[in-house]
Design a protein around this ligand. Structure first.
Ligand code: TAP
Length: 473
């Protein structure tokens, strides 16, 4: 059992002022793997006070000091790599290979990127008629989801440290233990007391408290659209800035010169990696009418190469969903899909031989209309829809016919068509032919996918205010 009933406030682990606890369930075994404290408003207040009191000094720390802290955090991450991988597998259900090849490098990658971004960053600029100063925004509240236990909080923490903004982190209650290890790593890195605080607890108490707290200047949130809306409303009371990274229903546009096998592999990997619990997953596959049959055959043929099973077992590509609630939500969408469209592969219920654990069958629907529920709503599970298009303009129109705009994917060969489609999709991140992730590429959404950007230079700027000084001596 991994119990941590304390919060990390002002440089030390302290008892909660409340006695309630939250049980954390391993989604593969359905057993309790540990407990955390359900923090109180008083706990949050203590953390805010600590952050507020270190703000003057932390916001004036030098670039070199910030780089040194970030470097020590990278070293700490590397030293605790194995433990982080195991914890993420146990609390989220990600296969060990996914924890090692996706979650771990993304977590540490943001700290490395912040070091690189900072090295070339200038917090002051002579703009002729005035001098521009970029200054820490103040105290930041970070609210993170469970689907990427270290990636989501690392991008926020790395950017905040780079900008000299003290933080209070509230990680998702379903996946708090990777965050606790990160807090221990940050402690070892020797940040000034109060610059980093971790308060565990429920969204309704700690998340809500962060959003409305008068001494918090900025809230960076990643999660569902509904909670994003609540946070914006709460933040409005004190006019604080918010950055919201919400969901998506991202298109994968397969061009008519694409290699069908590559296109099918791309579509499959979007719903099997992390069991489809990825905000930027490409879950609407747009294919030319002429390619439909061949593409469907390839999907059915290749899907068994991504086996579902125990995330600790070698060779498993797809683990369980994070929780019973998430499993039920996904099942209800699959049942809806069976009414709205044609089931190509997968379907409702648990995969054979996996009675325990929140496992779902990777599922593709075909003959899907872009205005159906399964084509418009974020399912956040291993479910994809195949939609046909007549020509590239039709593909672009359908790709953009969504309230979301987080990401888009294009698969094909002709560079002119690839770049035309990439520039026509209204989304914050486009990936052409499975290109590698650049940690300096801004991440965030158009439309209802959110407000603001994370990652790299743009991520740091979220934690900065700009000041124009006229007549600077
Ligand atoms: P959310 O409820 O949005 O949870 C995300 C974070 O917000 C968690 O830390 C949560 O705390 C906190 N929170 C909950 N209520 C809050 C409130 N009123 N004020 C402030 N913070 C609050 O996500 P979920 O329930 O875990 O997942 C539901 C759906 O959200 C998923 O099915 C998926 O569609 C979407 N989702 C999107 C993303 C991304 S990356 N965009 C990530 C996860 C989920 P607790 O953990 O304590 O509840």
């Amino acid at each position: 059992m991994r119990n941590q009933l304390k919060h990390y406030i002002n440089g030390e682990w302290i008892e909660s002022t409340g006695s309630r606890v939250i049980e954390v369930i391993n989604p593969a075994t359905e057993e309790v793997m540990g407990k955390i404290s359900s923090g109180t408003e008083e706990d949050l207040d203590k953390a805010v006070k600590a952050a507020r009191s270190v703000f003057p000094a932390f916001s004036r720390s030098t670039k070199e000091e910030r780089i040194e802290w970030l470097e020590k955090i990278v070293q700490g991450y590397e030293a605790r790599k194995e433990e982080l991988i195991e914890v993420m597998t146990d609390e989220l259900g990600a296969p060990l290979s996914v924890s090692e090849e996706v979650h771990y490098p993304m977590g540490v990658g943001h700290f490395k990127q912040a070091i690189e971004s900072l090295s070339d960053y200038s917090f002051s600029e002579d703009r002729g008629g005035h001098t521009l100063l970029k200054e820490s925004i103040g105290v930041s509240g970070l609210i993170t989801p469970w689907n990427f236990p270290t990636n989501q909080l690392s991008t926020k923490i790395a950017s905040a440290i780079a900008a000299g903004s003290p933080v209070i982190l509230k990680p998702a209650s379903k996946t708090p233990f990777a965050a606790i290890i990160v807090a221990e790593i940050i402690h070892e890195a020797g940040l000034p007391k109060g610059a980093f605080n971790l308060v565990n607890g429920s969204g309704s108490v700690i998340g809500n408290g962060i959003s409305s707290h008068p001494d918090i200047d900025f809230v960076s949130f990643t999660g569902s659209g509904g909670v994003g809306e609540t946070i914006m409303q709460k933040a409005a009371e004190t006019k604080k800035k918010v950055a919201l990274e919400l969901g998506g229903k991202s298109p994968v546009v397969v061009l008519d010169d694409a290699n069908v096998e590559e296109a099918a592999k791309t579509a499959i990997s979007h719903i099997t990696k992390n069991t489809g619990q990825v905000c930027s997953a490409g879950t609407r596959v747009l294919i030319p009418e002429s390619m439909k049959e061949e593409f469907e055959q390839k999907v059915v043929e290749l899907l068994p190469n991504y086996p579902v099973g125990d995330p600790r077992k070698e060779g498993v590509a797809t683990g369980p969903l994070v929780s019973k609630d998430q499993w039920e939500t996904v099942q209800s969408y699959i049942e809806k899909g069976e009414k709205e469209a044609k089931l190509l592969v997968g379907g409702a219920g648990k995969p054979e031989g996996l009675p325990t654990g929140y496992y779902a069958k990777p599922t593709f629907f075909t003959d899907v209309s872009n205005d159906s529920v399964i084509a418009q709503e974020e399912i956040f599970g291993p479910v994809s829809v195949i939609i046909t298009y007549s020509d590239v303009e039709d593909a672009i129109e359908k790709a953009n016919d969504t309230k979301y705009g987080l990401a888009g994917y294009v698969v094909g060969q002709d560079p002119v068509q690839l770049s035309y489609v990439a520039s026509s999709i209204r989304a914050g991140r486009i990936v052409v032919n499975n290109a590698e992730t650049d940690f300096n590429g801004p991440f965030g959404g158009y439309k209802e996918s959110g407000i603001g950007r994370e990652w790299g230079d743009f991520g740091i700027e979220e934690y900065l205010e700009v000041k124009s000084v006229h007549g600077m001596p």
